[in-house]
Design a protein around this ligand. Structure first.
Ligand code: ZN
Length: 203
């Protein structure tokens, strides 16, 4: 499986990092080795002093698709979850400055937390899902899917123009404002509406 991620999909997060608003979705990927095994703590890698959490809605692809027709896109996924796109911000800043790819900052081992999934049918609309992240029991990020610049359906259609999607692939849909540094001993807890989808300890 592969993990496709979207960058700069919320206006308030674009502003907080002083990035440009993109004309098209920004796409990057994480390999399957980036998945943090269920229940394991996240270990801050030795190459960075500034790992940021980024909470994101995650869509699980349910069937093979390529050049997906917008009319039928909703049949290509039936579960929505929540995850963290851990980012070595110091490393990413260096790479961005030089115009280099972000993989070292974004795709390292353990950089993708993926929590439980909920059936899409739980939601009246996938463009109206509230989600949030607590760090040490204090809320640090919260948003609604309606704030995405490109909505879930549009992202899947767009991504499938470049990459064939397969059952089990995951799409990270971008983070809202409020990203910040993690420290050893922190506990991150992610919620969709009022349900806990993951709880991750930082070592
Ligand atoms: Zn992200």
């Amino acid at each position: 499986m592969k993990i496709v991620c979207i960058g700069r999909n919320y206006a308030d997060h674009i502003s907080e990092l002083a990035n440009q608003r993109p004309a098209d979705p920004v796409i990057f990927m994480k390999p399957d080795t980036a998945l943090l095994p269920d229940g394991q703590a996240f270990v801050i890698p030795e190459f960075t002093d500034n790992v940021h959490y980024e909470v994101e809605l995650v869509v699980k692809i349910s069937k093979y698709g390529k050049h997906i027709n917008p009319e039928f896109v909703s049949s290509y996924y039936d579960e929505i979850g929540l995850g963290i796109d851990f980012t070595a911000r110091d490393e990413q800043d260096k790479l961005k400055e030089k115009g280099l790819p972000w993989e070292k900052a974004k795709a390292f081992d353990g950089s993708a937390v993926v929590g439980k999934f909920l059936p899409k049918s739980n939601f009246a609309s996938v463009d109206d899902i509230n989600f949030s992240l607590n760090k040490n029991k204090l809320q640090v990020q919260s948003a609604n899917a309606s704030l995405m610049l490109w909505k879930i359906d549009e992202l899947i259609v767009y991504v499938s123009k470049f990459f064939t999607l397969r059952k089990g692939d995951l799409l990270f849909t971008g983070t809202p404002a409020g990203v910040g540094k993690v420290n050893s001993g922190d506990v991150l807890e992610g919620f969709i509406e009022n349900k806990t989808l993951f709880k991750t300890r930082i070592l």
